[in-house]
Design a protein around this ligand. Structure first.
Ligand code: GDP
Ligand code: MG
Length: 321
């Protein structure tokens, strides 16, 4: 096959994704696109590409794999033009991310039957903010939402969720600081059923110092939810902070070992010039990436789409080629 298509955007632009990835696009990914402005596909180009991918947080193994696949395709298709090679890379990157989305189950929400979302992740990754985003997201579909302040460690954490509740006009079930998170969750599930709420979103604590306790706590919360609503929680969202790079990945793995994470939200993509973390998440964790967080407001979120994501890394409004 000869690639005639020039490197150009194929996907529909997504304003949220594009804006959120501006830093990344102007960072390492700009250098990656520039690599292919060279006149020749020589070894140096592939070495530089691998180095830049690693710098972009794509991860050592995944970067090597991408470059190897690119070289293989170039050989097979007898590609000599760098801009054609760039298009092959683009397609390889999309394919890799599709690995992470193809096994996402389509979830059906039933009016009046609480769809329960349990949100987990290391402290500071952006759980509470992501909950506000998810609340806003479901409100846009006309769904009623209820929040549960399951992170009872700090009073500030409870207050923060309450503030988001006020801002997004969503009621919050909360107990005092230090209360048993299980009791909060029990009350919240009961309230959600009584009020026939469409979506219940549960905040959780994320202290790593007490890893064992933290994980057994999450398992306990899950059992409390299940007892009242069969098949719930229908969604367990793990929040991964894009700015923590490969470290975040290691922590994420701990969670996926213990609770059945159904969906990943990559937060703070606006705060990094790298953005490659999605590729390592796709390859190393395998849990579907469902959402991305691109800022501190409730509206700063997008549904994850591999093609739009890759194109947002390379193109932007008035940018690209
Ligand atoms: N720039 C940016 N900041 C974020 C994003 N998500 C969360 N934050 C910030 O990260 C910090 C920690 O967020 P928080 O929701 O409290 O994390 P939690 O401890 O996991 O609940 C706060 O200052 C948030 O405003 C995001 O997508 N982009
Ligand atoms: Mg929090």
């Amino acid at each position: 096959m000869i690639l005639r298509r020039m490197f150009k955007r194929q996907s529909e632009p997504d304003a949220q994704m594009e804006q959120g990835l501006a830093k990344t696009r102007r960072g390492v990914f700009r250098e990656i696109t520039r690599l292919f402005d060279r006149s020749e596909l020589d070894d140096e180009l592939f070495e530089d590409l691998e180095m830049l991918l690693i710098q972009a947080d794509v991860g050592w193994d995944v970067s090597q794999q991408l470059v190897a696949e690119l070289q293989e395709r170039i050989r097979q298709d007898s590609i000599t033009n760098p801009s054609d090679a760039r298009e092959v890379l683009r397609l390889e990157m999309i394919k890799l991310l599709e690995l992470a989305t193809r096994n996402r189950t389509v979830k059906i929400l039933q009016r009046g039957v609480p769809f329960v979302i349990l949100v987990a992740g290391v402290n500071g990754t952006g759980k509470t903010t992501s909950i506000a985003k998810l609340a806003h997201y479901h409100q846009n579909f006309g769904r009623t939402v209820l929040l549960a302040a399951g992170d009872t460690f700090r009073a500030a954490a409870i207050d923060q969720l309450k503030i988001w509740g006020e801002r997004t006009n969503v009621p919050v079930i909360a107990h005092e600081q230090g209360a048993d998170p299980g009791a909060v969750v029990f009350d919240a599930v009961t309230a959600a059923r009584q009020r026939s709420v469409d979506v219940l979103i549960i905040d959780t604590a994320g202290r790593l110092q007490t890893k064992h306790n933290l994980m057994s706590e999450l398992q306990k919360l899950r059992r409390i939810i299940e007892k009242q609503i069969p098949n719930a929680p229908q969604e367990v969202v793990l929040v991964i902070d894009a700015t923590t790079g490969q470290n975040g990945l290691v922590q994420a793995n701990e969670f996926t070992k213990v609770i059945d994470v159904t969906d990943i939200m990559i937060s703070k993509l606006d705060g990094t010039a790298k953005g490659g973390i999605a590729f390592s998440v796709a390859k190393e964790i395998g849990t579907p990436i469902a959402y991305i967080g691109t800022g501190e407001r409730a509206t700063d979120m997008a549904e994850f789409n591999p093609e739009t994501y890759v194109d947002s890394l390379f193109f932007g409004e008035g940018e690209g080629f």
